[in-house]
Design a protein around this ligand. Structure first.
Ligand code: GRF
Length: 199
């Protein structure tokens, strides 16, 4: 599986995926890492690991479409089978998603459809949820809404704040992302409406 990674920040999910490949747990190769932020920790990490690393700073483009066109150009050259969003803080346009239908996956720090959008862990604490977790899903044109590949649950403790809950969810994110990519790399699945069915 040729895998592209898009990120905007520290990149711990990217590193978890890289580590799984390095220890032989995930049969994949990272063909490019793209960050829209030059200061993202994840892109520095990609460079130091010797991976093809690209900063495509959205602030240097006049329009969203021009930024996306450049990301698509770099992706096109890398020929990924799947694109993993790993803390990529940009909404993708329908045109971008149509270029890789059911080939873009994302991780979200809640059990979707609960708590989509930003600060999902803080939303779960504020709501008084007893269980939250993380979701790896295909990306469609709606926010945090595509067919679900893997979920992992995490108890919300009485004394949790957004930060302590985030830390425990993050541990499960790293497991969930690798698990989801392994399932996709295996290739034996089909998407039936909202349901991802594994054979
Ligand atoms: C994770 O919590 C992920 O669920 C969300 O953004 C965060 C990225 O963390 N989409 P990292 O950059 O992978 O450490």
């Amino acid at each position: 599986m040729r895998l592209a990674i898009l990120l905007s920040g520290r990149g711990s999910n990217f590193v978890a995926i890289h580590d799984a490949i390095a220890r032989g747990d995930l049969d994949a190769g990272i063909v490019c890492v793209i960050s829209n932020r030059p200061e993202a920790g994840g892109i520095g990490r990609a460079r130091s690991l010797g991976l093809p690393a690209h900063v495509i700073d959205h602030r240097t483009f006049d329009r969203r479409a021009l930024h996306e066109a450049e990301v698509l150009r770099v992706l096109g050259a890398a020929r990924p089978d799947f694109i993993a969003l790993a803390g990529y803080m940009r909404l993708l346009s329908p045109a971008f998603i149509a270029a890789y239908p059911m080939r873009i996956v994302n991780i979200h720090p809640s059990l979707l459809p609960s708590f989509p959008g930003v600060a999902a862990q803080a939303q779960a604490v504020a709501y008084g949820a007893k269980t939250s977790g993380c979701t790896v899903h295909f990306v469609d044109e709606h926010l945090d809404a595509g067919p679900i590949i893997v979920q992992r649950a995490v108890d919300v403790l009485d004394d949790d704040d957004a930060s302590t809950l985030s830390a425990r969810i993050l541990v499960e994110e790293h497991i969930a992302y690798v698990k989801a990519l392994k399932k996709l790399a295996g290739g034996r699945y089909r998407v039936e409406g909202r349901r991802v069915v594994f054979e």
